[in-house]
Each structure stands twice: as C-alpha cells, then as structure tokens.
Design a binder for this molecule. Structure first.
Ligand code: ADP
Length: 502
C-alpha cells in the first residue's frame, strides 16, 4: 500500500503529539498532587503542634492528668470544643483505635460531610498508623470537593493517650491546581496545533515539488522530454529541480545525437550500397563490351578487317573509360581519407583559375568554345591546392563537355564579404530542374548521350562536392534547359591576423 509523504508526516506528528501530550499530562498531574501534598503536610504539622498545646492547656485548666482515661472521658467535650475552634469536623478515638465520639453528632454538624461516613470513600489507613504513634492523612476526593482526613496520636510522656481525627476541606488548593493544569493543557494544545499546522504546510511544500518531479520523471520515462520543472522555493528543492532539468536536457540531447548518428549510419549504409551497385554496374558495362568484341575477334573464321579495326578501337575506348573511372574512384577515396585534409596551405585561387583556363583552351578550341575570364587578382584561401585545382578543372571541363559548339564559357572570380566566389557559366543543354538535386550523387548522369565524350563517369561533381565541403565552402548549380548552366562555388577567404605592436 502506498502512503504519501504528507500522510506519513501527519501520522508521525499525531503519534508524537499523542505520546508527548499524555506523558506531559501524567507528570504535570503527579507534580501538582505532590506539591499539594507538601503544602497539606506543612499545614498539618502546624495543626498537630497546636493540637498538642491545646490539649495540654485543656487538661491543665481542668486540673486533670493528661492520660488515656481522662482523654476518653472528656472526648465529647474535646471534640466539640476543638471542632468550634478549628472549624472542622473532629472525631476522637481511643489509643487502641476505638471510636469514641464525633463532633458532627455531639455538637451539631459544623460541616456536612455525610459522604465521609460512607466507608467506601476512604480507608482507615491514617487511623491504623496513628495507633502506631504516627500521624497520617488521607486525601478523599468527593464530588467536586477534596477532603483531607488527618489522624493525629496524642502523645504524653511517650505514651499514646488517644487519637484525634479531623476532616478538613482542601478543595480550594486542588481546584486552583486543576485550573493551572487546564491552562497548561490548553497552552500545550495551542502550541501543538500551531506545530501541526506548520508540519502540514511543510509537508505540502515538500511534497508538491516531489509530485511535480515524479510527474515529469514519468513523462521522461515515456520518452517525452518537453516539460521542464519550475520550482521557485529558493532552497535545495529548487536546486534539485534545476539539476533535474539539466540532466533531462542532457539525456534528450544524447538521445537526439544517438538518433542522428543512427540515421547517418543508415544513410551511409544506404549510400554505400547504392555506390557499390552503381560501381559494379558501371564496371560491368565496359567489361561486357570488351568481352563481346574480344570473343568475336578470337573466332578463327573472322576476317572482316574493317570490323576488327572498329572492335579494337571500341575495346581501347572502353578500357580508357574504365581506367578513368578507377582513377576517379581513387580520387574519391583520397578526398575522403583524412590524410589530405590536414595538409592545408595558402592557395592562390586566381592563379589556379588562370592556369586551368589556359590548359583547357586547346580542349575548348576543339569544340569552338571561347573561354572568357573575369578573375580578381590575389584571391587566397586556405586549403589543398591539388584538390582545388581538380575542382576548377572539373567544372570548366563540364562546361565544355555540355556546352554547345561555338559558344562561350564564362569564368568569374571575386571576393564578397569573407568569401571568394567562383562562377562558371556555360551555354548548353542545361540540367532539368527535377534532376538538380541528384547531380552530386556518385555515378549520376542526367542523360548518357548528352556528353559528347565517352569518358563521362558521373563521378566528377561528387568529388567536387566532397572537396568543397572539406574546405568549409558551398556549391550551388543553377541551370535552365537548352540555355545553359551556372556553377556557383563559395570558399571562405584566408583570415589574416593583424598584429599591432606599441
Ligand atoms: P560526368 O561529367 O563525368 O558525367 P559529373 O559528375 O561531372 O560527371 O556530372 C554529372 C552529370 O551532371 C553529367 O553526366 C551531366 O549529365 C550533368 N552535368 C554536369 N555539368 C553539366 C553542365 N555544365 N551542363 C549540363 N549538364 C551537366
């Protein structure tokens, strides 16, 4: 069974209160009774002294010896006189404890204590002790009154001559101590009440944040990390809630990282599969052609020289194609490996573009394509010069490959903000807009026949993208079918540290 913290607090407090209150009441009662007994004892000692003095004087006045005989004979007189003198009921007993007289009968009642006659209300213990020469008293509570029955042996010449027993009213002293006890109890109840209220408030203050914490923990267990705990108690609980939020957000981030990593791994695995599928397919095509032509040539009865020449050319072309493809695959592997990425140096892009345009001129002339340059001087980036050269050559080569005969290829280089921008624009077939997003995938070719050369493998742009990414740059292709293509490349410029000295 689940018991809430608040309930535990309240039950615990009530238990402490019950035990504490009862123990305190018990001891307070005992203390008050003992205190009252001490007061009564002191008063009775004085009474005992006065009584002995009175009896001595009484027998002297009567000229009688103070012995048991005379005491017994004068018991009526002594009882009534004493009763009037002290204002209490007086009973006289012989030294053996035999009842002799009672002021209530002898003298008319001074006080109506009929209840005292009811033996059930008190014991004769005090009387028995007085027979043994000891004075003693018994407290007798009757209705709302407290009566004290005091037995006092009358000793003369070390001899007990009789016993005087008086009944005195001590209600007042007991009722005032009762009042004090009541007042103390009320005060204690009040204090406990305030403490109880405090305990309830404290328990609520502690349990509310715990409940909030437990609710959010359950949500976290379900995988919901959105809700934060907000507690403004300015104490350890607020600290705990802040730490909990931090921990929750950390777990959320970790889970997101794991999810992203998993998705990335899945993507990589998918890409790898597509890559290998494409690669085997691309390798298979030239191999099938080579194998087909070789088989024909190997036939012994084959003697068509013209066909043989064409077949050898085809075998040579396909071998070339495969060779280029392998070189490009090696390039991809090189770019992806970390070996080259660490070797970064100042690269003068302006120079690279100038040289590349010159190198490509012969190729462009072949198709009557004019290369137009618009290049800013001394544009420097930090990177790998070989890789960046490969990017420029690849883009200009594509512009020539896919540009119309007798057209212009425009090459631009300029600085903008903290970047260097390279734009290569051609006038050619262009790329359909729905194919643009696939253009950087390895082995992807829009249409095999659009390339005027057999060497096209579909790996060039994929290598270019990898190199640009490695240089923290960006590549974008804008194209319009039958009009032409624009390749925009952005690479961060080299940052120069300005050192000032005083
Ligand atoms: P490749 O040119 O060897 O086929 P690329 O990766 O360089 O491989 O290019 C992929 C494909 O993108 C090409 O096959 C071609 O269809 C298309 N392409 C690239 N550049 C251009 C361009 N300037 N104009 C038109 N199509 C282009």
């Amino acid at each position: 069974m689940k018991i809430s913290i608040k309930r535990k607090f309240i039950i615990g407090f009530l238990l402490i209160f019950y035990i504490g209150y009862n123990t305190m009441s018990f001891f307070m009662n005992k203390l008050i009774v003992e205190n009252n007994k001490d007061i009564i004892k002191k008063e009775l000692l004085t009474f005992e002294k006065d009584l002995t003095t009175y009896l001595r004087q009484y027998f002297e006045l009567k000229n009688k010896d103070m012995d048991s005989n005379n005491f017994n004979n004068s018991s009526n007189d002594i009882a009534s006189n004493l009763s009037i003198k002290v204002g209490s009921r007086i009973m006289i007993y012989s030294c053996e404890g035999k009842f002799l007289t009672d002021s209530a009968n002898a003298n008319g009642q001074v006080l109506n204590y009929e209840d005292i006659d009811n033996k059930q209300n008190y014991s004769d213990e005090d009387l028995k002790l007085s027979i043994d020469n000891k004075s003693a008293f018994t407290i007798v509570p009757i209705k709302d009154k407290y009566l004290v029955v005091f037995s006092c042996p009358i000793i003369n010449n070390n001899k007990n001559i009789g016993i005087v027993r008086s009944v005195m009213d001590y209600s007042e002293i007991f009722s005032s101590s009762k009042k004090l006890l009541k007042l103390t109890n009320t005060f204690v109840l009040l204090v406990f009440g305030v403490i109880f209220l405090f305990v309830v408030l404290l328990a609520t203050k502690i349990t509310i944040p715990i409940l909030k914490l437990s609710k959010v923990t359950k949500e976290v267990a379900k995988g919901n990390f959105e809700e934060d705990i907000t507690i403004n108690s300015k104490d350890e609980i607020e600290e705990l809630s802040l730490d909990f939020n931090k921990m929750k957000n950390k777990i959320k981030n970790q889970i997101e990282t794991i999810k992203n990593d998993r998705d990335d791994l899945k993507k990589i695995a998918g890409h790898r599969k597509v890559f290998f599928d494409n690669m085997t397919h691309e390798m298979k095509t030239p191999l099938t052609i080579i194998s087909g032509y070789s088989q024909i040539l190997l036939k012994q009865d084959f003697n068509d020289k013209e066909f043989a020449r064409k077949s050898v050319k085809k075998i040579n072309d396909e071998s070339e194609r495969m060779h280029n493809m392998i070189i490009e695959l090696l390039e991809i592997s090189k770019v992806e490996s970390k070996i080259t990425s660490d070797t970064k140096e100042d690269v003068n892009i302006s120079q690279i573009i100038d040289v590349a345009c010159n190198d490509m001129k012969i190729r462009a002339d072949k198709y009557e394509i004019h290369i137009e340059k618009n290049v800013d001087k001394e544009v420097t980036v930090l990177g790998n010069p070989n890789e960046l050269r490969r990017v420029i050559i690849n883009i200009i080569d594509n512009a020539i490959k896919y540009g119309y005969i007798n057209s212009t290829v425009n090459v631009k280089l300029f600085k903008e903000h903290s970047n260097c921008n390279i734009i290569v624009k051609d006038e050619g077939h262009g790329i359909p807009s729905d194919k643009l997003e696939m253009i950087f995938e390895p082995f992807y070719r829009v249409a095999k026949q659009t390339s005027r050369e057999t060497g096209s493998s579909g790996l060039g742009l994929s290598i270019v993208k990898k190199i640009i990414d490695k240089h923290n740059g960006d590549i974008k292709i804008i194209s319009e079918e039958s009009i032409g293509t624009e390749v925009h490349i952005t690479i961060p410029l080299k940052v120069y540290n300005i050192v000032t000295s005083c």
